[in-house]
Write a protein that binds this ligand. Structure first.
Ligand SMILES: *[C@@H]1O[C@H](CO)[C@@H](O)[C@H](O)[C@H]1NC(C)=O
Ligand SMILES: *[C@@H]1O[C@H](CO)[C@@H](O)[C@H](O)[C@H]1NC(C)=O
Ligand SMILES: *[C@@H]1O[C@H](CO)[C@@H](O)[C@H](O)[C@H]1NC(C)=O
Ligand SMILES: *[C@@H]1O[C@H](CO)[C@@H](O)[C@H](O)[C@H]1NC(C)=O
Length: 475
């Protein structure tokens, strides 16, 4: 007779077996649902989005956020969901009295993906989402709705029928932050003690902190953050511009601020040149960037791609990046040695100088005498964690005794910013005691403003005495 204890052990094992391992460094998360390829290539029907199971036939993809629940409170008080050509409220039947499509024909496709060891989560929001909460109570009620419709709860209006998804992804790009922390807390509470793990992820844009999700991810623990490194100055296209690339800021947030210190940070990337406005990189470029981040920051968890249809049409971009991540190692992190000289408080550093400080190696974005800090707007960018004490000789450019007047260039040597002038990338202006360079074509955007048009290069002095002291000016 089959021993009862063995039966229990094996059924527990079966219930918990999950090829997806959140703590790994080689995970590939790929959004599915929006048929991005079809949106960019309306006549290319052969490349249109296929059923979700199509993307689960090999080991390239580990996690699939299904995009999107794009309206929280629709007809009949239920959310609505649009999966483009696969299932939507216009072409497919909706549950009576609601705008929620009955996509239960997809249940077996989803369960197939899960049986292949992948996690399938429901993504809320999207760029055009009609989302948001008025208060925490509304958010908690909505958490119960999402639990009942997609996760471990029960309802007569489950869009994927009996399929039980593996968690929730928040891709909130408008509507503010109100209620999301309460929403996450309620999902965690509903899923505590469940027979399988549920994952909660967020997809903020790369500028730190994110407008909508910034305060949310500070308040409650997430399992992974899929940072969108595209359509922004901090995107992959500026990976080589140390002042722009801010993965280090996200890593510091993970270890110093996140309520879940084991949260994983993913490099989110467009899966083809037509998948985003900016940020697309060749597969070899993305592989280099991702494996460099993997070796530099312990919070790195893998790569997120937008989206499955684009990746498959683009020469299996998903498989390309998976192979690179696997080659770099699924587990284990070796802290690089602090090879840059130790930071010397009060010293002046020219742009490009590297120092070791507080467990990180940093590079000066431009001339600075500030202390490296985790602030994303600081003068230094963290380029890697590091361990040990550097024995390298300090390379600061002057002693702490030097005054800011002698270490600045003169504003008068740089044309003052004019609100009526047109500037193109690289143009320099002085404004309010600082020198700025234009990031791209711009007109009538104040250099110190939030338009993103300008980067502060250094401070400058308005006294004529400082004119000759220009040796610290970097350009
Ligand atoms: C939704 O409708 C489209 C268009 O008729 C169809 O191709 C698709 O299979 C339907 N989806 C589901 C899940 O029934
Ligand atoms: C949802 O669709 C399935 C067929 O795909 C059908 O069997 C089921 O009755 C529908 N549910 C409701 C509540 O309309
Ligand atoms: C930097 O650290 C401070 C203090 O711990 C914290 O409040 C802030 O959010 C941190 N910022 C980042 C980008 O980690
Ligand atoms: C790859 O990176 C190089 C050097 O950083 C850059 O010049 C090039 O534009 C990138 N190519 C693509 C296709 O991403």
């Amino acid at each position: 007779m089959f021993p009862l204890s063995a039966f229990i052990a094996s059924s527990i094992y079966l219930a918990q077996v999950h090829a997806f391992t959140s703590s790994n460094y080689d995970n590939v998360a790929v959004y599915w649902g929006q048929n991005s390829y079809g949106a960019a290539n309306p006549t290319g029907t052969a490349g249109f989005q296929q059923p979700i199971s199509y993307y689960c036939q090999d080991d390239a993809i580990d996690a699939i956020p299904v995009a999107f629940v794009n309206t929280f409170f629709g007809t009949g008080g239920l959310p609505s969901m649009n999966l483009a050509n696969t299932c939507n409220p216009t072409d497919n039947a909706t549950f009576p009295g609601t705008g929620l499509a009955n996509c239960s024909a997809l249940a077996s496709d989803i369960e197939y993906c899960q049986a292949q060891g992948k996690i399938v989560t429901i993504s809320l929001g999207g760029a055009g989402g009609s989302v948001g909460f008025t208060d925490d109570t509304e958010a908690q009620t909505f958490a119960q709705t999402i639990w009942d419709l997609y996760l471990g709860g029960t309802s007569t209006t489950r869009p994927f029928g009996a399929a039980v998804l593996d968690g929730v992804d928040l891709d909130i790009e408008n509507g503010g932050s109100t209620g999301y922390a309460a929403f996450v807390t309620e999902i965690r509470s509903l899923s505590s003690g469940a027979s399988k793990p549920y994952y909660i992820t967020a997809a903020p844009q790369c500028p730190f902190p994110d407008q909508n999700l910034g305060s949310v991810i500070d308040q409650v623990g997430f399992d992974a953050i899929y940072v969108q490194f595209y359509n922004n100055v901090c995107g992959l296209q500026n990976y080589n511009v140390v002042a722009d690339w801010d993965f280090g800021t996200w890593d510091m947030w993970a270890s110093q601020v996140s309520p879940n210190p084991d949260v994983k940070i993913y490099v989110g990337a467009p899966a083809s040149s037509t998948a985003a406005g900016t940020g697309y990189q060749s597969i070899s470029n993305l592989s280099t960037i991702a494996t460099t981040m993997r070796k530099s920051f312990p919070s790195f968890g893998g790569v997120m791609l937008w989206d499955a249809s684009q990746a498959y049409d683009n020469d299996r971009y998903d498989l390309g990046i998976k192979n690179a991540l696997v080659a770099a190692g699924a587990t284990g992190f070796t802290y690089p040695a602090c090879t840059a000289p130790a930071y010397v408080s009060g010293s002046d550093y020219t742009g490009g100088s590297q120092v070791s400080y507080n467990g990180y190696m940093w590079q000066a974005d431009y001339w600075t005498n500030a202390t490296p800090s985790n602030s994303s707007s600081g003068d230094w960018s963290a380029i890697s964690v590091c361990t040990g004490t550097s024995t390298a000789t300090p390379t600061s450019t002057s002693s702490a005794a030097s005054t800011s007047a002698t270490s600045s260039t003169a504003c008068s040597g740089i044309a003052a910013w004019s609100s009526s002038a047109v500037y193109t990338a690289g143009d320099e202006v002085s404004y309010n005691g600082n020198i700025y360079t234009a990031n791209y074509w711009t007109e009538s955007n104040i250099p110190s403003g939030t338009s993103g048009s300008w980067t502060e290069v250094s401070s400058c002095t308005t006294t004529t005495a400082a004119r000759m002291m220009s040796r610290f000016f970097r350009f």
